[in-house]
Design a protein around this ligand. Structure first.
Ligand code: NG6
Ligand code: CA
Length: 515
């Protein structure tokens, strides 16, 4: 008790030193302690992959319970239909395209400028402890310098606002396949230095450990074969994007990755239970290579993809349990969402069966639910994802149809916690806190959706998609206009019938992109 009081006092002192108004919450009475904030972020988890959103073939009881006790948004979005720009927006309150955020290669330098305002930096000003566990994929290291993985690997999450960091540095299908604990590669043996770089650079050196090259040695891919790409370094029997050498003792084990992240998240919650904390739990599930622990294999009829989702649901349940065990359930905001929509074959022959009719489905399962498209695509399935906000002390459970976006969390939480933002901070982040708290059904009036350099505009139920050349996952397309109120599946192009709406939306989109 004494310790608790002392901690409360010291938090207040920190607040006074930084932003004196930050100890209270908007409209809060003096008894209100600022809530902990936990973001549970899935990778490639589609709208239809969660039971509460209609999934029949993948049981997700823990995420469903979270939805049952919180607000389930039916029109909640990430900013883009790929990972890097969505994660960039979540953490900076700015659209990824303004900073050229595209899916990053293995050795990319840090994409977030170290002097940029971020969600964790803003929360630190409000007195929070900040931590990340899981997938980063926002680059690490300095621009123009080949990252040395054998020393302090930085700048990264710590330099942009996290007090603690335990990472899968890039993606689980990219090298280096090692964990980064703070600034250091975990379990690295200094006699087997780790190198990441171009093929010629890796092959030209005399490394202690060399990994098979998937291009010339397909038999090395024993877990499953790659279907496209993913044929550079083979580690743990799985072909990856990019070349690495060395670091054998530091290799992660794919099948226990979720267990490792869950343990780290639990330890973080336990350690920080007396303070307000922010935990960004960025799961690798259900991104390829999908490698659920054997105890989850066979839990669905959908193979690795469905089973990985069951594993992610388990992880969500473990985090909720840790909050409960530490007496934190009531005053913790938990935000559950995903970085982009679903994909089936994303580079490995893992048995995910794609059946193409009007759109792709995996056997009887449609990961985007009633929405069209998925990962990489400009249609709703690309960015409309599960989006649940729970805060038992304050949020009345229910369903909200308000249009909301992850890019607005920075601005909304800053305003809620009375942390002032400068005009050049969180530039695309609007205050939609009333919608996030279920106090208003009024969401965003408009919003950009992005898919690999292609951008669309949502204005209420209207969606305008400009013409675009062919991309990685979409054919060349002409202008499109849909009214999602009666055509949620974007099947009936109204571009000829409603030229005025299309014109004004095209103009608005142009202005928003260039502002
Ligand atoms: C693509 C990869 C895909 C995935 C994606 C990034 C190939 C052929 N495809 O380039 O497998 O890694 O990048 O996914 O290499 S994301 O969720 O991180 O955006
Ligand atoms: Ca993703």
């Amino acid at each position: 008790m004494v310790l608790y009081k002392f901690l409360k006092l010291s938090i207040a002192a920190v607040c006074l030193l930084t932003v004196c108004s930050a100890c209270s919450i908007e409209g809060g009475d003096s008894d209100n302690q600022i809530p902990n904030i936990v973001i549970i972020y899935g990778d490639d988890v589609g709208f239809g992959d969660v039971g509460a959103y209609g999934s029949q073939l993948i049981p997700t009881p823990n995420i469903d319970a979270l939805a049952e006790g919180g607000l389930r948004f039916t029109d909640g979005h990430c900013t883009a239909s790929t990972c890097t720009p969505s994660r960039f927006s979540l953490l900076t309150g700015a659209y990824g395209f303004r900073y050229n955020a595209n899916v990053l290669p293995p050795n990319a330098p840090l994409l977030i400028p170290v002097d940029m305002m971020t969600l964790p930096k803003m929360l630190k000003k409000a007195g929070y402890e900040t931590g990340i566990v899981g997938k980063w994929h926002l680059g690490i290291g300095e621009k123009g310098v080949l990252t040395d993985w054998n020393g302090d690997v930085k700048p990264g999450p710590i330099e942009v606002g996290f007090n603690s960091s335990f990472l899968l540095p890039s993606t689980n299908d990219r090298v280096p396949t090692v964990y980064l604990d703070g600034h250091r590669v975990l379990n690295l043996d200094k006699n087997d230095s780790l190198f990441v770089g171009k093929r010629s650079y890796i092959k030209s050196k005399n490394h202690v450990t060399q990994y098979p090259d998937g291009k010339t040695n397909r038999e090395a891919m024993t877990y499953y074969q790659s279907s496209h790409g993913h044929n550079n370094s083979v580690t743990n029997g799985i072909g990856r994007i990019g070349y690495m050498a060395g670091g054998k003792s530091a290799l992660w084990d794919d099948e226990t990755m979720t267990d490792v992240f869950v343990d780290k998240a639990k330890a973080y919650i336990r350690k920080n239970k007396e303070k307000p904390f922010f935990l960004y739990y960025a799961a690798q599930d259900i991104h390829v290579p999908r490698t659920p622990h054997p105890r989850f294999q066979g839990k669905t009829t959908l193979g690795y993809r469905g089973d990985a989702m069951v594993q992610f649901d388990w992880a969500t349940g473990e985090i909720m349990k840790a909050l409960e065990e530490n007496g934190l359930t009531d005053n913790t905001i938990v935000i559950f969402s995903s970085d982009n929509g679903p994909v089936y074959d994303d580079g490995y022959e893992d048995g995910t069966t794609v059946v193409t009719s009007t759109e792709e489905i995996d056997n009887e399962h449609d990961g985007s639910g009633i929405y069209r498209g998925g990962k990489y695509q400009i249609y709703e399935g690309g960015t409309r994802v599960p989006f649940i906000v729970s805060w038992p002390a304050k949020i009345k459970p229910g369903v909200s149809n308000a249009l909301v976006n992850q890019v607005d969390l920075l601005g909304s939480l800053a305003s809620f916690l009375n942390v002032p933002l400068n005009d050049d901070e969180g530039i695309d982040s609007r205050n939609t806190m009333d919608a996030f708290l279920g106090k208003s059904e009024q969401g965003l009036p408009d919003m950009i959706e992005e898919a690999i350099k292609h951008k669309a505009l949502r204005r209420g139920d209207w969606k305008f998609i400009p013409a675009h050349h062919r991309t990685y996952a979409s054919p060349e397309m002409g202008k499109q206009l849909y009214n999602l109120a009666n055509d949620p599946g974007e099947q009936n192009n109204l571009i000829e019938e409603q030229p005025e709406i299309a014109k004004s939306m095209a103009e608005e989109l142009g202005k928003l992109i260039n502002c």
